[in-house]
Write a protein that binds this ligand. Sequence first.
Ligand code: EAX
Length: 323
Amino acid sequence: MKVSSIFCALALALSVSQSALAQTNMKISISVAQNSHQGVAIDTFAKEVETRTKGRYKIQTFYSGSLGGERESIEAVQLGTQELAFSSTGPVPNFVPEARILDIPFLFSDKAHARAVLDGPIGQELLGKFDSKGFKALAWGENGVRHMTNSKRAVNAPDDLKGLKMRTMENPVHVAAYKGFGIITTPMAFPEVFTALQQGTVDGQENPLSVIMAAKFDQVQKHLSLTGHVYSPAIFLMNKANFDKLSVEDKGHFLEAAKVAVKANRARVDEDDTKGVAELRSKGMSVVENVDKGKFVSALSPVYAEFEKQFGKPNIDRIRNFK
Ligand code: EAX
């Protein structure tokens, strides 16, 4: 073998072994505990990315708001100090106003309807709105159908909500709607909620059964009402520049990994919804299972009129009537 070809072979071997070793680390975070529908989402995503890229990308997972609340995580992703986040849409409108429409109360008839909208053309269009804001939105996930809890009284009808001081997400649509119920709204980041409930800074909060269980709110809340007042989407966000740097093949791997993760995430929400009431009862909560939804919907009619003006009735109807 000529010296030059030995050199060539050596260089090749070196570059192959280097690329096999080269590992890019990325961070992803959630605001709730690992043992939750969101933990399942990011754990599955991390595993899928690693397997699909043969270990070239390693996703480090952070739970329970250890890197900050959802707004802070989204900010970090936008700035690029954190590559990825999985978040509810709570604080998303502060970054991408078009996403506000998804958080209108009683917009979706059930989870199946919401999933169909998010996976269909409307959801895909909305994912595209994140591009110009410094994000690549990989996929819609699920936080779940939200219900109300409080420490004061059983909520059977909207009148029971009047004067309750409740923590809300930092989301303008939620704040407007809950004011419409007569609730005294206190927007707050999720990692502060348990303490606020415990210390009585607020009387109540609202979240899906998945979150109520994962956060152990049963320890600080007596009453749960299955109001199902709003469907809460979640989303996989990635820093746009980080995504753009990936090879075409790796982009596909990240998108596929998010899809698989969303499947696992939604399956866990279904599981939590099935067992949630019994589990929370066994922990001492008193649960109102059947509320008169119609009354809650009509209590919001002045707020809906406002939403129709803001978002355009045809846009709302397009979601409502999507099949
Ligand atoms: O994403 O802030 C909230 O109430 C969210 O539902 C919760 O952090 C899960």
